[in-house]
Design a protein around this ligand. Structure first.
Ligand code: C2E
Ligand code: CA
Ligand code: CA
Length: 404
């Protein structure tokens, strides 16, 4: 059982582990003494003799690292073996802030270990200083993040998604914005990771879904008012891996969707490719459960996550979202064009549609249209807009406006 600590006995002289072994356990001494030795040429040098209550081999809790020393029972010993998996699972269930701070310290330790190996040429001071700054920044974000929802510091902006064929408005993608009184504007790239690590993404994600769905109702009303007879708008909402894994969370999201009264076929949930690959089994179950409601599912940042094609068929997907990195370089890079064409073709062959995001100029549109990519999104059409600006944007668009 890896996910539990176990008590182990070693007789005097017996090796607990040897230098060079790959380790993933740390040991806590309950009874007896342990010798830590390191090989120098032909002889074993004694580094330390350690006592009950001491721990050794703890670097393995951070990474599956090669043991840098041997541990030998100096007399009959009783040890408590602690596996890396156990520590990770305990951390996941700990208080989010505590768990986050611990993870930062562990990351710092890990990077410091990596840094010290190369420390001869570069200044270790600088590396450590940067690590410290980074850790402090992350802790500040984590601390402030836990109050942000209650204080109403989040806002959603909405970026239009258009039909490339004729520039008609298809829908919007909801993108979160955080205005923190002390830290100022914090980009989602700077805090979504922290929110995921700490588990706060779960309540934040619920708020995003609820807010975006209520906005969709208002945008649709504005659309019906200014341009009656146009097809219904959709709303794309980003869902993080952590939300899919959290027990019971899909039921929560499902009831938010049902209570919104919106036709689920107008709700598109975006999950990144990497989120699907990391825990495919739970992701498949979660996405199937969501699909049963009738929502649309999209893979975000497609082409960057190295998923195998056989995975794709496991998931009940409707849309592939071509990553911006390919779209940005569409005009000058033949490789990007090939990849984009292949993704658009793959989407078509699997009965899905595709969205190209990061369209910054009109030159991209012709290329993407020719590849039969249905939807486009990017600064060329519009940056993400605050709620009130969306209402003006809808009103200002002539019915059937091409937007090109
Ligand atoms: P994403 O889902 O891939 O969102 C697209 C990002 O590209 C957005 O950045 C958008 O503002 C930006 N973008 C769109 N068009 C262009 C363009 O033409 N040029 C350039 N340079 N950028 C463009 P943003 O809003 O900063 O969001 C960054 C990431 O944060 C998102 O990437 C998504 O992964 C995450 N995120 C944002 N909102 C949420 C949310 O509500 N929940 C979750 N879980 N993640 C979110
Ligand atoms: Ca997205
Ligand atoms: Ca994306």
């Amino acid at each position: 059982m890896k996910n539990h600590w176990v008590r182990e006995h070693f007789a005097a002289g017996q090796a607990i582990f040897q230098e060079g072994d790959i380790g993933q356990d740390a040991y806590l001494i309950e009874h007896g003494k342990v010798r830590i030795t390191s090989r120098r040429g032909d002889e074993d040098r004694l580094l330390a003799t350690i006592n009950p209550g001491d721990m050794f081999g703890e670097i393995a809790l951070i990474d599956k690292m090669t043991r840098t020393a041997s541990a030998i029972a100096d007399e009959d010993v009783t040890l408590i073996r602690i596996s890396r998996d156990l520590v990770v699972s305990k951390l996941k269930n700990a208080d989010p802030l505590l768990s986050h701070i611990l993870q930062i310290i562990v990351d710092r330790y890990r990077e410091a270990l990596g840094a010290s190996k190369k420390s001869e040429e570069s200044s270790p001071e600088d590396g450590l200083h940067r690590l410290r700054e980074y850790a402090v920044n992350q802790i500040q974000i984590a601390q402030n993040l836990s109050d942000a929802l209650a204080n109403g510091e989040f806002e959603l902006h909405y970026q239009p998604v258009v039909y490339l064929e004729d520039g008609r408005l298809g829908g919007f993608e909801a993108l979160i914005r955080w205005n923190q009184p002390k830290l100022g504007f914090v980009s989602p790239l700077g805090f979504i990771g922290v929110a995921e690590d700490s588990g706060l993404i779960v309540p934040i994600g619920r708020w995003v879904l609820k807010t975006a769905l209520s906005a969709l109702t208002q945008f649709q009303a504005a659309m019906d008012h200014s341009h009656p007879g146009q097809s219904a708008l959709f709303m794309s909402i980003n869902v993080s891996a952590r939300q899919l894994q959290e027990f019971g969370e899909i039921d929560e999201l499902a009831s938010l969707i049902r209570n919104s009264g919106i036709d689920p076929a107008r709700i598109k949930l975006e999950v990144t490719e990497s989120a699907l690959i990391e825990h495919p089994e739970t992701a498949v179950l979660a996405l199937r459960q969501l699909k049963e409601l009738g929502v649309l599912l999209a893979i975000d940042d497609f082409g960057t996550g190295y998923s195998s094609l056989s995975y794709l068929s496991m998931f009940p997907l409707d849309t592939l979202k071509i990553d911006q990195s390919f779209v940005f370089t569409l005009q000058e890079n033949e490789g990007s064009r090939r990849i984009t064409r292949a993704i658009a073709g793959l989407a078509r062959d699997l009965g899905m549609n595709c969205i190209a995001e990061g369209i910054e100029n009109s030159g991209d549109i012709a290329i993407l249209r020719e590849m039969d990519c249905e939807f486009g999104q990017g600064y060329h059409f519009s940056k993400p807009l605050p709620h009130a600006s969306v209402l003006k944007y809808i009103e200002a668009r002539g019915a059937g406006q091409t937007g090109h």
